[in-house]
Design a protein. Structure first.
Length: 333
């Protein structure tokens, strides 16, 4: 084969050089566009898979408003309840991993897939942890007319009335449900679980005497306890809470008993690390603002955590929940 003449080689080199220059120009243009259009450049959607008005929604909306103020773009809350809190995450799992669709969820997020084969997403595969936002110690609340005022009395009452004592649960496999099962196992209680569609109707029936007990975040029961509508006889925190200094912990009667509901923020797997780290930083700033520290007075623990901290915590909680679900044979009804 005859080698190309010198002019052909020059034309070839000229064409290749032009292509390289064009590619470099395109790269520079893209970098300039990125620099001129930093994250976030549009409103962010925060999906909450529960109805408005609950504890999770209250904390999520406070966080969303504060993040919007800090980042210069609105963070719009979108409530997507249903499917035992799986509809919201399923919707988020189908969104782009660009940081503009986030999931604010409770610890039920981890336990939900354990009780239903219908869940199509996989948490470790499809979601990127951003931050643990708040931890909510639970309260053991009982009807005010029951003849006991502490965990020892509850255990004695349940054993004296086998199969008759009723515990409400706001949703299947929620922190309240799992902690109730753990209490039943630890105290060897023969008691009935009564599922409700949310915490509001459960509290109504607890106050009205249709149900005996309800384990749920302190933030939900505190107002009713202070108003004398029900009795909080214990909390599931490690130590007594400043907001309820005279109320003992379950652990004071059952050593080692400790349980929390908690709220976290996730992005989609594959979301750029720079965006994930930016969001974690912004959440940490928000947690030190009055918008979120005010919840400490209502029993929540609000402390900054790194992305890695949250990932490790998520794994520990997943293992803990799986054991309870397996031992109690919890299934979606």
């Amino acid at each position: 084969m005859t080698a190309p003449s010198l002019p052909s080689k020059r034309r070839f080199l000229s064409t290749g050089l032009q292509a390289c220059l064009a590619a470099a120009a395109l790269s520079c243009t893209s970098m300039a566009a990125w620099a001129a259009d930093p994250y976030p450049s549009q409103p962010i959607k925060m999906v909450i898979p529960f109805p408005p008005g609950g504890t999770l929604d209250t904390v999520g909306r406070a966080l969303a408003q504060r993040l919007g103020e800090q980042m210069g773009q609105p963070v719009v809350v979108e409530n997507r309840p249903g499917g035992n809190a799986t509809i919201g995450p399923s919707m988020v799992a189908r969104s782009p991993g660009d940081g503009y669709t986030l999931l604010f969820n409770a610890s039920t997020f981890l336990s939900g897939p354990m009780i239903s084969n219908a869940v199509t997403y996989r948490i470790e595969r499809d979601f990127q942890p951003i931050s643990l936002v708040a931890m909510a110690p639970l309260s053991v609340a009982v009807n005010k007319n029951l003849p006991f005022n502490d965990i020892k009395g509850l255990i004695g009452y349940a054993k004296a009335n086998p199969g008759k004592m009723t515990f409400a649960v706001g949703s299947i496999a929620s922190a309240g449900h799992l902690s109730t099962e753990q209490l039943k196992q630890s105290g060897k209680l023969d008691a009935m679980i009564v599922p409700y569609k949310g915490t509001a109707p459960a509290f109504q029936d607890l106050i009205g005497g249709q149900i005996d007990a309800f384990i749920d975040p302190v933030l939900g029961s505190l107002q009713y306890h202070q108003g004398g509508l029900l009795k909080v006889i214990a909390t599931t925190a490690k130590n007594r809470l400043a907001v309820l200094p005279d109320v003992p912990t379950v652990g004071e009667t059952i050593p080692g008993f400790e349980f929390y509901s908690w709220y976290g923020l996730w992005a989609l797997a594959g979301t750029p690390a720079a965006i994930v780290n930016r969001l974690n930083k912004e959440v940490s700033i928000a947690q030190q603002s009055e918008a979120l520290t005010k919840f400490s007075a209502q029993g929540l623990i609000v402390e900054p955590h790194s992305v890695d901290d949250f990932r490790k915590f998520q794994k520990q909680e997943t293992d803990k929940y799986q054991k309870i679900v397996t031992d109690a044979k919890i299934q979606l009804l």
